[in-house]
Design a protein around this ligand. Structure first.
Ligand code: ADP
Ligand code: MG
Length: 696
């Protein structure tokens, strides 16, 4: 390690940034987005950076730190991360120090001395250091040139890994200014983003949220009952084009069963934490070198491997977090070639998760009972358990619940347990963090369930989940939602009765900004089940007649999340659904017969009672234009892969032919043409009209 900090260039134009990148970090070029982020940081802007794990966020504070000169203060929540980053930076020749609880006092003291005399490029600290009296004041004596807060989602109590110490960071920042503050994380939902910025007091921060889209990955989510999954996986992976593949199984036993079954169609092996280290090592190596086609693994697999040509990742059950799922599907197609990620699940999966959640987070009343059984004098856990069991009111606390409760109390400070398994009562403050953590776990499961039930492009849903609101508007065109015919799920045409149900849904949404799914279920006539309604909404959303979005609603200070269904402009057409043929999942029993006599047809916008508008009489020239418009519509519909009606209704098309508009404003006045349609197709329609009028 050199004795003094790396000398700093004073200017920071693009070429000098690139020069620094090459000279000090040894990289030939910036990765996507890195340069823009570095530039903003060098310019002294506060920023929030959300990019996937492995995308190179560290460089985004390290390079600006060097470019700005002085010492960068880096806050990082895990000792292992601090050690890892310090070692890397030191090996690059930077002067680095760190302060955390895993180190000798002498080392920490030296770090402070080096910080104060300005000889460091980087000082890494664990957040709890700031609670040490005098430490924040020491830092403020010499202002850092830049402050980086890594894994910034830990600040937010909505984020996973919430760290109370991170929450206090905001109060120390003013004394360390004017340094720019960079908050970095791989995962921040919009509410977590808001929370991070609020907690840190970053009112002017620029947000850089990028890189979550994987454009070569076709995602498919399919409902398949448990007993059929093994066969399906074999059927899929029989195709050599789908290999190499990784199958994620929910438990060790399942991993082994599937691996055995897969062995009939390809070279497969199981990989899980229950196997001896040599076997795991060998499986990993054989997969890496191509001697194995498939690995059936529990979550442990994939961290250490760097195999670019994985064609398929299959989840044989519902994952427990979207973060984990995203990371796992991310192991497919690292080489950029088309790849697929297939998730199979069913209702039973949710029940399994519920079971584990209840086991891992016993009801708080039970935990309270265990807490109350603890005293000031140490008693052995067995004794405490026995005393609980003999009390008539606590009979139902079984051994497993007791063990879990003690563990949770211990983690959250409600119990002190010594090395001999004797426990005393701890602080009463355990309830809050306990509740928060169990709520958080439950919420994670709900998010996964919502994802699989979603009526939305799968990739867009993931991109949105990770906080990229802009990119989240773009459909991928590959997933089972965007491209249902490409998926392996079987479909059948909707019956007339089902199409009428869907029309009833559209009717009930007309003229209002949107409704929750729950309200729709109550209000749409015909006693639809939730499952039916979900299937219909999926079909309506695919046809771009409705949108289904996450929304939140604040009630008595609490944020309530729900899904809002609203009509899109195509859905505004009075008979939008009736004019379409829909595909529904083949395993859904068809709704019976035509339902013309059902109540909904006599209320609201009644189709039969709707006043028929006067049919438009077209001149010969207009008829020609109508034909030209139809030809254009066919081509456009084909291009979009949509039925022609999605582009324009016959009635609207006829009205355009009749009025032959020459400006966008005139086109907008044609009944059936909304701003969205004019925006999308206006120029082309006007061109067709113009051509027709010059020919006639
Ligand atoms: P993150 O913090 O986003 O998860 P890291 O900052 O740890 O990711 O970077 C992941 C890997 O990418 C590291 O090995 C790093 O050296 C490498 N890396 C970062 N930027 C570049 C670059 N411009 N060119 C090549 N490799 C890079
Ligand atoms: Mg990182």
């Amino acid at each position: 390690m050199p004795a003094s900090a790396v000398a700093i260039p004073q200017s920071a134009d693009s070429s000098s940034l690139r020069d620094l990148l090459r000279r000090h970090f040894g990289f030939a070029s910036f990765r996507t987005n890195q340069e823009a982020v570095c530039r903003a940081a060098v310019d002294g802007e506060d920023l929030l950076l959300v990019m996937p794990t492995g995308s190179g966020k560290s460089l985004c504070y390290q390079l600006p730190a060097i470019a700005r000169g002085g010492t960068a203060l880096v806050v990082s929540p895990l000792i292992a991360l601090i050690e890892d980053q310090c070692a890397k930076l030191a090996s690059l020749g930077f002067k680095v120090a760190r302060i955390h609880s895993g180190l000798d006092r002498a080392i920490s003291r030296q770090a402070c001395v080096d910080y104060l005399n300005g000889s460091l490029n980087f000082l890494f600290i664990a957040p709890e250091r700031l609670r040490v009296p005098g430490f924040p004041e020491m830092l403020a004596k010499r202002k850092p040139a830049l402050i980086a807060i890594d894994e910034a989602h830990c600040i937010s109590q909505w984020g996973h890994d919430f760290r109370p110490d991170y929450r206090m960071l905001g109060q120390y920042l003013p004394a360390l200014r004017p340094a720019p503050v960079l908050a970095l994380t791989a995962t921040a939902t919009p509410s977590v983003q808001r929370d991070i910025l609020e907690q840190l007091g970053l009112t002017q921060a620029r947000k850089f949220i990028h890189g979550f889209r994987r454009s070569n990955l076709a995602i498919e989510v399919s409902e398949v009952p448990m007993p059929m999954r093994g066969d399906l996986i074999c059927e899929l992976l029989q195709d050599p084009a789908r290999r190499p593949a990784i199958v994620y199984a929910p438990a060790r036993k399942r991993a082994e069963e599937i691996a055995v079954q897969l062995g009939q169609v390809c070279r497969a092996a199981a990989y899980h934490a229950g196997l001896p280290a040599e076997i795991r090592e060998s499986v990993q190596q054989k997969f890496q070198s191509g001697q194995l086609d498939c690995v059936v693994a529990t979550i442990a697999f994939g961290m250490g491997i760097d195999k670019a040509d994985v064609r398929t990742v299959i989840h044989a059950a519902l994952p427990s977090t979207l973060e984990g799922y995203y990371q796992e599907i991310g192991r497919a197609g690292r080489d950029g070639l088309p790849s697929s990620a297939i998730l199979i699940h069913s209702w039973a999966d949710q029940r399994t998760h519920d079971f584990f959640l209840k086991r891992d987070y016993p009801p708080i009343d039970d935990v309270h009972k265990v807490f109350n059984a603890l005293g000031a004098d140490p008693r052995s856990l067995d004794e405490i358990r026995a005393s609980l069991a003999s009390s008539p009111t606590t009979l139902h606390i079984d051994e497993e619940t007791f063990a879990k409760a003690i563990e949770k109390l211990f983690i959250h400070g409600g119990a002190n347990v010594d090395y001999n398994n004797n426990a005393t009562r701890g602080a009463t403050t355990w309830t809050k963090p306990y509740t928060r953590q169990s709520d958080y776990r439950r919420n994670q499961l709900e998010l996964v369930q919502k994802y699989v039930d979603g009526h939305q492009c799968r990739m867009a849903a993931l991109v949105l989940h990770f906080g990229d609101l802009a990119d989240g508007k773009v459909r991928c065109g590959l997933c089972d939602f965007c491209h249902p015919t490409g998926s392996s799920a079987r479909q059948r045409p909707a019956t007339r009765g089902e199409i009428e149900d869907m029309q009833a849904i559209l009717d009930s949404l007309r003229g209002i900004p949107g409704k929750s799914i729950g309200r729709l279920l109550k209000e749409v006539p015909g006693d639809l089940t939730r499952k039916q309604l979900d299937t219909y909404l999926a079909a309506l959303a695919k046809a771009e007649l409705v949108s289904v979005e996450d929304a939140e609603w604040i009630k008595e200070g609490e944020t309530i999340l729900f899904r809002r269904v609203s009509l899109l402009s195509n859905g505004q057409e009075p008979e939008a659904a009736l004019a379409l043929q829909f595909q529904l999942p083949a395993d859904m029993p068809p709704a019976k017969g035509s339902r013309t006599a059902r109540p909904f047809s006599s209320k609201g916008v009644s189709r039969s009672a709707a006043p028929e508008s006067e049919p438009i009489q077209l001149s010969a020239a207009s008829q020609q234009l109508e034909q030209a418009l139809k030809a254009w519509r066919t081509v456009t519909a084909k291009k979009l892969g949509m039925p022609p009606f999605i582009v324009l209704f016959d009635r609207t098309l006829r009205a355009i032919a009749h009025s032959c508009p020459t400006t966008p404003n005139q086109l907008l006045e044609v009944p059936g043409m909304g701003p969205a349609k004019v925006e999308k197709h206006g120029a082309e329609i006007l061109a067709v009209c113009h051509q027709a009028s010059t020919q006639s």
